[in-house]
Design a binder for this molecule. Sequence first.
Ligand SMILES: Nc1nc2c(ncn2[C@@H]2O[C@H](COP(=O)(O)OP(=O)(O)OP(=O)(O)O)[C@@H](O)[C@H]2O)c(=O)[nH]1
Ligand SMILES: [Mg+2]
Length: 303
Amino acid sequence: MNLFRKLRSGLSKTRQKLAGGLKAVLTLGRSIDENLLEELEESLLLADVGPATTDNLLEAVRGSWKAGDLKTADDVLPFLKREILERLTQHDNGLAHADTAPTVVLVCGVNGSGKTTSIGKLTKWLRKQGHTVVLGASDTFRAAAVEQLTIWSERNDVEIVKQRTGSDPAAVAFDAVQAAKARERDYVIIDTAGRLHTQENLMQELGKIKRAVAKVIPDAPHEVLLVLDATTGQNAVRQAQLFHEVAEVTGLFVAKLDGTAKGGAVLGIRDAVGVPVKFIGVGEGIDDVEPFDPAAFTEALFA
Ligand SMILES: Nc1nc2c(ncn2[C@@H]2O[C@H](COP(=O)(O)OP(=O)(O)OP(=O)(O)O)[C@@H](O)[C@H]2O)c(=O)[nH]1
Ligand SMILES: [Mg+2]
């Protein structure tokens, strides 16, 4: 499947909810009035777009309507599409790339958000770009975690640095970065255990992992990727804000967009969190990952 078709099919539930809801309000030839604006607001909120972004989009519609640029409901959908694209467009959505290899990517997030799977996919994506990768198994907490990451390393034919369950995650990360540096690999991706922003000890542990990799490479980690579960909609946005406050996240990986109608949450996430979306996950398979492309995303939402 080509990239756009995969994206389009991955977003089908969200598209039904968002574009379907908007189209139901914006019937052919309907005139614009306060009732229509109210229904528009309701359908954006129902599609998990979130109050701030919904308000913001509605004000734009109202303004253009008052200015006479939008005449009937037919004009509103193309206008919204342009406005959404404008809000999604960001210029810092590429994965970090260190001047001197390896680039260290630390992956974190709450339990079950999709971290390990997303690492498997990201590794495949990096390999396709011709990069070499080492994985670091710093989720030493959950019994099967090391094994799960080992399977992804085998599928991708890349090296993995691991120790047994219960060992120090910071020590594993240190070893992984050191190995990647010694072997001159391009990327080292470190898996971590699931944690909530409220779990102080676990958040401190994340800090310890960061300090451990910085002992090998002073400006590492170059990327702190927070993996979010898109099926939780606006909760994922809130969670990202809270996580970012304690963990200094540099990029978002929005996983599980395929399984949900709540993908509208992505529209406001950049503004709400202050961190760009860098990748999206649209399935459980190794190829179900895409760098976040605002134009393709907007097109797939409405196509
Ligand atoms: N449909 C779908 N499922 C996904 C996606 N990404 C991950 N999953 C599934 O989500 C579940 C949890 O994924 P994991 O990668 O184990 O999540 P994790 O964050 O590493 O979990 P912990 O290590 O336990 O915190 C698995 O069943 C994955 O197959 C995605 O993009 N789409
Ligand atoms: Mg995991």
